[in-house]
Design a protein around this ligand. Structure first.
Ligand code: AMP
Length: 272
């Protein structure tokens, strides 16, 4: 595995590659969720590029940019073990100049995650577009865990006619159901225990729907009832385009939940 810090190095290598390139962008502190994306990329492409970059433009003032977990040495080992070909770890000054063209995410980026984090998705799309420009992947891998992000990146790829396949990857969970996240390290043991109610509520919603309940209000109430002891930020039931729906459509519905534990927001969802 080669570790690259500059855009010039990666671009000159990229020019020599004629086979399929699988790309996995991450912010590091790699866990089994990230590893599942890397393994899928490894299985489906001749060349695999992973990036680790804690992107400042997607953090709002006062968010955890400075505190975001950084584990560069462990991450390098994980990538090596996963047989990554190129690990791209740029500095902020390598990725951004002072005044540049900006990306504006569509209006639907201001609901749900974007309501609490206005402008967050502008930063996400900006960095992903830059990384796509540098790596020019055939296939790019994203987790369903960040469902709204995945939807907006898919839309950007379509709207800007980028010749890249966006591959959606399943959510990886702990054995007890908690969705893996780099931010889980912020939880104390009580919060870690309470957080299980999130996946429990989603599983119960899934079971209710499997029994034939398609009314979104009833399903939402079930979720809220299970999570009543938590600080729930939102429960939303949307179609794949992120329009709120009243009736669950099988194979076209995502149920999203966000709960707060102190300053830590935990996201989870299920795709029906
Ligand atoms: P991050 O480092 O948080 O920016 O995440 C990098 C990629 O890993 C994104 O596409 C995430 O959606 C994905 N990811 C994060 N957590 C999980 C998980 N538990 N299961 C699957 N993918 C995940």
């Amino acid at each position: 595995m080669q570790i690259l810090k500059t855009i010039e190095e990666l671009q000159s290598i990229r020019k020599t590659i004629t086979s399929n390139v699988g790309f996995v962008p991450t912010m590091g502190a790699l866990h089994d969720g990230h590893i599942s994306l890397i393994k899928k990329a490894r299985a489906e492409n001749e060349i695999v590029i992973v990036s680790i970059f804690v992107n400042p433009t997607q953090f709002l003032p006062g968010e955890d940019l400075d505190a975001y977990p950084r584990k560069d040495e462990a991450d390098k080992k994980i990538c090596e073990l996963c047989k990554v070909d190129y690990l791209f770890m740029p500095e902020i000054s390598t990725m951004y100049s002072k005044e540049e063209v900006s990306i504006k995410a569509p209006n639907k980026s201001y609901i749900l995650e974007g309501l609490t984090r206005p402008g967050h998705f502008d930063g996400v799309l900006q960095v992903v577009l830059k990384l796509f420009g540098i790596t020019q992947p055939t296939n790019a891998y994203f987790g369903k865990k960040d469902a709204q992000q995945l939807s907006l990146i898919t839309q950007m790829t379509k709207d800007l006619f980028l010749p890249i396949n966006i591959i959606a990857c399943e959510i990886v969970r702990e054995n007890d159901g908690l969705a893996l996240s780099s931010r889980n390290v912020y939880l104390n043991s009580n919060q870690r225990q309470e957080a299980l109610l999130i996946s429990k509520s989603l599983y119960s919603a899934g079971a209710l729907i499997a029994k034939g309940e398609l009314d979104t209000n009833i399903v939402k109430n079930k979720i809220l009832e299970i999570m009543k002891s938590l600080d729930v930020e939102y429960v939303a039931i949307v179609d794949r385009e992120f329009n709120e729906i009243n009736k669950i459509e099988l194979k076209n519905t995502i149920i999203l939940v966000v709960a707060r534990f102190g300053n830590t927001r935990l996201l989870d969802n299920i795709w029906l």
